[in-house]
Design a protein around this ligand. Sequence first.
Ligand code: ZN
Length: 246
Amino acid sequence: MRTLIISDIHGNLEALQSVLGSTDGIDSVVCLGDIVGYGPSPNECVETVKNLEPAACLAGNHDLGATATIDISLFSSAAARALVWTRSVLKPENLAYLETLKPTGMWEGAALAHGSPRDPVWEYLESPQQAAASLELIQSDACFVGHTHVPRVFEQGEEPETPRVRAFAPAHEDAVPLSDGTRRILNPGSVGQPRDGDPRAAYAVVDDSEGVSTFLRVSYAFDVTQRKIIEAGLPSSLASRLSVGM
Ligand code: ZN
């Protein structure tokens, strides 16, 4: 079975369609949250994800901001402006779908969290120390997170007494083993707003017959998304960052 792992779509339909168009032979989909926020196509993105009938789909902090589960004042000003706009355009049925989502989940024995197992809504899991703290809280050998918009793998060493965790940035087409007994936290990066200096949409594909997660990138027409951001009256910084992947 091949499963597409996507996160942080952020209302970017062009990026989402490029990812879906580049992945043949996908049997299931896991979405790690933030379907909306920042981007100009929240309804289309919620409808696309919903129609994929994901095996698991999490709520991200922006989804929870859109449903008013968390307060908009907790977001940066550009993010907050985009959330006010997102709330004003979301169709009731799409808002209702977002309201069904939670920031943590399980899929095929793997733990899922939008931010981290320690703080699923807000933590940016960036350091090996943070990863070690979260690995202590879960039983699973594999855990998938999103939220930082940066593809990353954290893996724990073998020593049971002083387990060291190392971090690395997977490149396009890097395949990371999942069932070799090493515990890992994997972040596929962001579909709709990459922040590692590479503007291409980021995602991962898990192939359970090979026992690997492959990290992938695909280019998309970000100029179309940028035009829609400006036309919607959203902050221009949300458009310009897409060209540089920041
Ligand atoms: Zn996000």
